[in-house]
Design a protein around this ligand. Sequence first.
Ligand code: IYR
Length: 252
Amino acid sequence: YDPRHYSEEVRGSELVVENGNALENVPSAEHDLAYPHRRFAPTIKSHAELLAASRAHYEMMNSRRSCRFFSTAPVPREVIDNIVLTAGTAPSGAHMQPWTFVVVSDPGVKRAIREAAEAEERTNYDSRMSEEWKRDLAPLGTDWQKPFLELAPYLIVVFKQTYGARPDGTRATHYYFEKSVGIATGMLIGAIHAAGLTTLTHTPTPMGFLSFILQRPPNEKPYLLLPVGYPAEAATVPDLKRKALSEIMTVV
Ligand code: IYR
């Protein structure tokens, strides 16, 4: 009998926590004792509150758009710090937190990134991408030019750590780092939008130049590049539609 699994009961629309057993410092067979367990008791919402909160969050997130036109208006660094802290709350395999977010504001570094990205993208659009790919992208209006890499006040370059280092200097395996970094990046995008800023998931390919320009160690591989800032005053976005719930969800 483990009270952690049996202490909750749903009564009507209220979730009542019945058993207040202290769970501090419960040792776990599968883990070492680096993380003693503690009570987890977030505020419990009623069904009406859940409905209101989930709807408000959906509406807020549904107003997010990938925007390719950035204002040069400055953004406080502390806002970027909070956004990155939010991404860092993501769950990760064995809590290895296998991510590094490189925040670039230096104009010279932004220019170097733009030049390298545009050189790769020019080759992509000229010869590496298939005709089908270019047809599929045409409605979005992308091309090899990436002025946002210099205009946006910040670039956040997400790196995945394919392995890490333990405190004693030995190598730490990073489990499911692709999924972990993907989740963290999703949370980063949500945080940028929730803060009131705009971003774009830019995938310069190949991305090796980012490791070189940003001088990252060999265990880190570039994952995604996100310009962050205010949208330009005259910014436009393609008027695309999202799939309906019935197209993305099936209930068993
Ligand atoms: N990496 C290129 C091309 C590109 C590919 C896809 I799939 C997009 O959704 C958008 C762009 C670029 O960043 O322009």
